[in-house]
Design a protein around this ligand. Structure first.
Ligand code: PHE
Length: 456
C-alpha cells in the first residue's frame, strides 16, 4: 500500500504530534516541581484542585493555542498577524506572538541550566558518591556543585548543544525522531521507578499522601500554585504549543488530541509522585523539602537503599529525558520565526536562536555562584532578594505565561471566526457550547484571579 506523502512542514501523524506535545508538557515541571509543590501544600487536596485547574484553564488554553497555531500555520508572530489582519483587528494582538518568542527563549535560558544539573547527576549517581551518604554529604555535594561556575556552565552548555543539534535537523529528522525514541523510554523508566518504589514498603503511604484529600491543608497560596502549575505543566501561553500546532495537519481533530496530551501529562506527574514519595517516607525524609527534594533528598534516599545506585541513575536519566524533550519545544518559536521571517535555513535559525538563549542563560548559571548575592532589581521592593535566575523565572511564570494564556483564551474565544471551529475541534452541539462557555468566561476569569493575586 502506498503511504500518504509526508509534508515536510507538517507532523507525519497524529501520534507524532501527541508525542512531541506530550514531550513538551512532561518536563521538570512534572518530575521536579509537581511532587514538591504537592508536598508543600499537603498532598491529596492539592492534587484535586490541580486537576480542576487543568480542566478549567489548562485544557481550554491548550486547545485554543493549537487551533490558533494551526489556522495561522506559521511562527507565532506571523500567525497572530495573519489571523488578526484578516479581521482588521488591532496590531497589538501581534504582541501575543512576540511575547511567545521572548518568553520561550527566556524560559529555556534557565530551564537548560537545570537540565544540565540532571545530566551531571546521572554521572554523580552512577559514580557512587551518594552510596551510604548522610544528609550533610548530599547537601554539600549539591552546594559545592552549584558553587562551581565551571561545572554548571559546562553541563548547561552541553545540554543546549544537544537541544540545538536535535531541533536543527527539523521537524521530522529531529524532533519527531527524538520523541519517538525518548517518550517510550521516559514512560518505561517512570514505570520502573514506580515499581521500585513499591519495594520500599511505604508505597501505600505514598499513595495516601498523593490521593487522600485533607482540605484543612489547602491555603489560598496552594490554590494559586495549582493554577499556575496547571499552565506551566501544559506548556501553554508562550507560543510553544502555537508553534507545534502550526505543523498540525488539517484533518486532525484538536479537542481529542489535546485531551490525550493533558491526560498523559497528568498521569506522568502522578506517577512521578508515586515514584518519589514512597522513597521519601521509607527514609524518614520530609515530603515538603521544596526545590531541593530532587537533588538533595532523593540522592540521600537512593544512597541508602538496595539497588539505589542503579535506580538512582535511572531516575536522573528520566529527569534528563523529560527536560530535553521540553527544551526542544521551547526553542521552536524562535527557530520557526527566524526561519520564516529572516529566510535562514532551519539549521542556522536554530543555531542562532540557541546561541542567544545560551548567552542569556549565563546569567542563570552565575546566579548560583558568583552572582548569588547580586540582586539586579533590588531597588524595587518585591524584587529585593531575587537573583537573575529568580527574576527571569518570576517574569516568565508570573507575567508572560499567564498574560499570554489570557490573551490566547480571549482571542480564540471572542475573536476567532466561529466558522469551521466545531470541525477544527471535533466538538459539536452541546459539548461545543460548553467548551466555548468555559473558554470565554471561566478560563479568563481563572487566569485573571491568579495573575492579580501573584502581582499583589
Ligand atoms: N511543561 C514543561 C514542564 O512541565 C515546561 C514548559 C513550559 C515547556 C513552557 C514548554 C513551554 O516542565
Amino acid at each position: 500500500m502506498s503511504q500518504a506523502p509526508i509534508h515536510p512542514k507538517l507532523w507525519s501523524s497524529r501520534l507524532a504530534f501527541i508525542l512531541a506535545a506530550t514531550g513538551s508538557a512532561v518536563g521538570l515541571g512534572n518530575i521536579w516541581k509537581f511532587p514538591y509543590i504537592t508536598g508543600e501544600n499537603g498532598g491529596g487536596a492539592f492534587v484535586l484542585i490541580y486537576l480542576l485547574c487543568i480542566a478549567i484553564v489548562g485544557v481550554p488554553v491548550l486547545i485554543a493555542e493549537i487551533v490558533v497555531g494551526r489556522r495561522g500555520g506559521k511562527n507565532p508572530v506571523a500567525t497572530m498577524q495573519e489571523l488578526t489582519e484578516q479581521q482588521g483587528l488591532s496590531k497589538a494582538w501581534r504582541l501575543v506572538g512576540w511575547n511567545g518568542i521572548a518568553a520561550s527563549c527566556l524560559v529555556l535560558s534557565f530551564y537548560a541550566v537545570i537540565g544540565g544539573w540532571s545530566m551531571a547527576y546521572i554521572i554523580k549517581m552512577a559514580s557512587g558518591v551518594f552510596t551510604s551518604s548522610t544528609p550533610e554529604v548530599t547537601s554539600s555535594q549539591f552546594n559545592n556543585f552549584l558553587a562551581s561556575t565551571g561545572d554548571i556552565l559546562l553541563w548547561h552548555s552541553i545540554f543546549m548543544l544537544l537541544v540545538i543539534f536535535i531541533v536543527a535537523r527539523g521537524i521530522h529528522a529531529g524532533v519527531e525522531k527524538a520523541v519517538k525514541l525518548l517518550m517510550p523510554m521516559l514512560f518505561v523508566l517512570l514505570l520502573v521507578m514506580v515499581g521500585y518504589a513499591m519495594t520500599t514498603g511505604k508505597f501505600t503511604e505514598g499513595v495516601k499522601f498523593l490521593f487522600y484529600p485533607d482540605f484543612s491543608k489547602i491555603t489560598t497560596e496552594g490554590f494559586l500554585a495549582a493554577l499556575g502549575h496547571a499552565a506551566f505543566t501544559l506548556s501553554i501561553g508562550i507560543g510553544v504549543i502555537m508553534a507545534y500546532g502550526s505543523y498540525l495537519p488539517k484533518n486532525i481533530s484538536i479537542a481529542r488530541t489535546a485531551f490525550s496530551i493533558a491526560i498523559l501529562d497528568t498521569s506522568m506527574a502522578l506517577l512521578a509522585g508515586l515514584a518519589i514519595f514512597p522513597l521519601v517516607f521509607a527514609n524518614n525524609l520530609e515530603p515538603s523539602a521544596g526545590p531541593g527534594l530532587i537533588f538533595v533528598t532523593l540522592p540521600l534516599a537512593f544512597g541508602n537503599m538496595t539497588g539505589g545506585l542503579l535506580f538512582g541513575t535511572a531516575f536522573f536519566a528520566l529527569l534528563f529525558i523529560a527536560a530535553l524533550t521540553s527544551a526542544m519545544s521551547m526553542i521552536e518559536p524562535v527557530s520557526e520565526w527566524l526561519e520564516e521571517s529572516k529566510g535562514l535555513s532551519r539549521a542556522k535559525s536554530t543555531l542562532l536562536g540557541g546561541v542567544v538563549i545560551w548567552f542569556i542563560g549565563l546569567g542563570s548559571v552565575l546566579s548560583f555562584n558568583l552572582w548569588s548575592q547580586a540582586y539586579p532589581l533590588s531597588f524595587i521592593s518585591i524584587f529585593e532578594k531575587k537573583t537573575f535566575f529568580d527574576l527571569v523565572d518570576f517574569f516568565v511564570s508570573n507575567l508572560m505565561m499567564p498574560l499570554g494564556g489570557l490573551a490566547i483564551a480571549i482571542f480564540a474565544g471572542w475573536y476567532l471566526p466561529r466558522k469551521g471551529l466545531p470541525e477544527d475541534l471535533g466538538l459539536f452541539n452541546l459539548p461545543f457550547k460548553i467548551f466555548m462557555f468555559v473558554l470565554r468566561y471561566l478560563t479568563p476569569l481563572g487566569i485573571l484571579v491568579v495573575f492579580l493575586y501573584n502581582l499583589i
